[in-house]
Ligand binder design. Structure first.
Ligand SMILES: [Zn+2]
Length: 204
């Protein structure tokens, strides 16, 4: 299986969000099938086109999602600055936000100090059986921008398993560009993303 960053291009900074994004954005719902149609049309346009365009579009939604997140953190915990949120609250609030926004069910695991793993058995951007590589490009961009805003430092996101290409889950790894470059190279060499982590770091 290929990771969502398109084959042959190698992992690069383009999978991290841009440094400046609009501060205020209106949000509205679109159907998941709209993303599926966009992806199909863009995949037909050539290698890498769908990933680049949909990830870039996802960055903006991730930034808007961070606004909803900050409000939610404040309402639920009384913490005004989400960057000060206790780590124990992050996973349940993030899962709640994704369910609420219609993305799907989400589990969150930290992999040592190096990465965060987001796993979903019903992620809505996926279109099971539609392709032979990970294809939730929009979500990768969205999560990268969201997590960068939350962490206050650049984080990149790589989808390492996807329901669109036969996986039981969509799994997104978030970490530094350096960490994810190692994961990307392992997958490109036909190995599993899990080989980048120790047994102690991986979730049981
Ligand atoms: Zn996926």
């Amino acid at each position: 299986m290929r990771a969502s960053s398109c084959g042959g291009l190698g992992f690069s900074r383009r999978f991290a969000p841009p440094e400046t994004l609009p501060a205020v954005m209106t949000t509205f719902h679109i159907a998941a099938t709209s993303l599926h149609r966009l992806r199909r049309r863009l995949l037909a346009a050539g290698p890498g086109v769908a990933a680049e365009i949909l990830q870039d579009a996802g960055f903006a939604t991730g930034e808007a999602m961070f606004g909803s997140w900050s409000d939610r953190v404040s309402d639920r915990t009384g913490v005004g600055d989400s960057g000060q949120l206790d780590a124990a609250w992050f996973a349940p609030l993030m899962a709640d936000l994704c369910t609420n926004l219609g993305w799907g069910t989400l589990a969150v695991d930290t992999l040592g100090e190096r990465a965060i793993l987001f796993s979903s058995p019903d992620w809505e951007e996926a279109e099971p059986g539609s392709t032979d590589h990970a294809g939730c490009y929009f979500s990768c961009g969205c999560l990268a921008a969201f997590l960068t805003a939350q962490a206050g430092a650049a984080l990149a996101v790589l989808e390492v398993e996807c329901r669109s290409c036969g996986g039981a889950h969509c799994r997104f790894l978030a970490g530094s560009a350096e960490t994810l470059a190692v994961v990307y190279d392992l997958i490109a060499a036909g190995r599993t993303w899990r080989d980048a982590f120790t047994e102690h770091e991986l979730p049981v």
